[in-house]
Design a protein around this ligand. Structure first.
Ligand code: NAD
Ligand code: TYD
Length: 339
């Protein structure tokens, strides 16, 4: 089986490539990635020379390049991770989110229609459901929850989801969609909460907590997400949406304190900064469907996953130090200077 993994030089896509190459040594895995600021070829170095792996630098919006790759590789499956993925950047500059997340997804699906495919899988997010109130812990996102987005990022992901379902209904494209909660683990770009707090704490720099730090996210270890996608592309039903999450809701402030504790750093580093515009309060996934239909359950408990993640950042400075010394510095200045 040949699988095209788009966005495989990013956080979750790279973890998925490692997982698939290990689990299915007979599969051919092709990574298609534009290598934006969030994509790192160094992440894929361990598999770059594998006989059943190929890396192609291309933009999913580039129809000619995408069609050429389909002609060369005849993939049976496409898993689309490629996206602009950071809410804060989408608030700063929505245009590129619409281009990559919506138009890019449609180009990939056009290629699937033209050359034939067994499954197009869209990696989506729980953020398409908007947010839940803090005082209603009984409420969870199910696949039936209506789409109600807050940021340009989540809106672009929701638009892509609708387009994927439209290609299924209108053209019969065999699609599936997964909507996962917040991931954490190795190779997470240090602009997101957990890796940012780890690298700042290691440098004794301020730990910028938005608002009061009371916002809640539902955290899942990245490998558990990869396992869920593996199940969906092999056994999930066509045209279906599957929510992925492990009932692990945490307040941001509690995560930051936990990271301080793991690293033996003082909580005095915590600095409250002005809130994100339109900041979603709480995300919480109901994973009943994927558990019932496909038997998926998360395997890594949060306290173990955080320990593993902190250790990974301690052991892999060579991966993240170059990242935070480049263009990232300008980004950080822009985002955090006047808050
Ligand atoms: P990421 O930002 O770490 O990686 C995105 C990758 O896509 C990068 O390698 C980048 O170079 C590539 N890319 C961006 N634009 C491209 C384009 N036009 N053409 C080709 N490649 C392009 O993102 P991530 O955190 O790994 O997220 C992957 C997917 O999972 C996204 O679709 C995101 O919406 C979804 N998701 C993420 C989370 C999370 O917690 N990180 C949770 C749920 C869903
Ligand atoms: P983030 O990792 O950007 O993921 P998302 O917005 O997609 O959930 O942020 C997770 C939470 O952490 C979110 O509520 C915003 C908050 N946050 C901070 O408090 N400080 C920070 O520096 C960052 C990056 C995020």
């Amino acid at each position: 089986m040949t699988v095209i993994v788009t966005g495989g030089a990013g956080f979750i896509g790279s973890n998925f490539i490692f997982y698939m190459l290990k689990k299915y040594p007979s599969y051919r895995i092709i990574c298609l990635d534009k290598l934006t600021y969030a994509g790192n070829l160094s992440t894929l170095a361990p598999v770059m020379d594998s006989a059943n792996f190929r890396f192609v630098k291309a933009d999913i919006c580039d129809r000619e390049a995408v069609y050429k790759l389909f002609e060369e590789e005849h993939p049976e499956t496409v898993v689309n991770f490629a996206a602009e993925s950071h809410v804060d950047r989408s608030i700063e500059n929505p245009g590129i989110f619409l281009q990559t997340n919506i138009m890019g997804t449609s180009v990939l699906m056009d290629a699937c229609l033209r050359y034939g495919i067994k499954r197009f899988h869209q990696v989506s997010t729980d953020e398409v459901y908007g947010d839940l109130p803090l005082d209603r812990p009984d409420l969870l996102f199910t696949e039936e929850t209506s789409l109600h987005t807050s940021s340009p990022y989540s809106s672009s992901k929701a638009a892509a989801d609708l387009l994927v379902l439209a290609y299924h209904r209108t053209y019969g494209l065999p699609v599936s969609i997964s909507r996962c909660s917040n991931n954490y683990g190795p190779y997470h770009f240090p602009e997101k909460l957990i890796p940012l707090m780890i690298v700042n704490a290691l440098a004794d720099k301020p730990l910028p907590v938005y608002g009061k730090g009371e916002n809640v996210r539902d955290w899942l270890y990245v490998e558990d997400h990869c396992k869920a996608i593996d199940l969906i592309i092999h056994k999930g039903r066509e045209g279906e949406v599957y929510n992925i999450g492990g009932h692990n809701e945490m307040r941001n402030i509690d995560i930051v304190k936990l990271i301080c504790k793991e690293l033996g750093k003082s909580e005095n580093l915590i600095t409250y900064v002005s809130d994100r515009k339109g900041h979603d309060m709480r995300y919480a996934i109901d994973p009943t469907k994927i558990h019932g239909e496909l038997g998926w359950l998360p395997e890594t408990r949060f306290k173990d996953g955080v320990k593993k993640t902190v250790k990974w950042y301690l052991d892999n400075r060579a991966w993240w130090e170059p990242i935070i010394s480049g263009e990232y510095k300008n980004y950080y200045e822009r985002m955090y200077k006047n808050r």
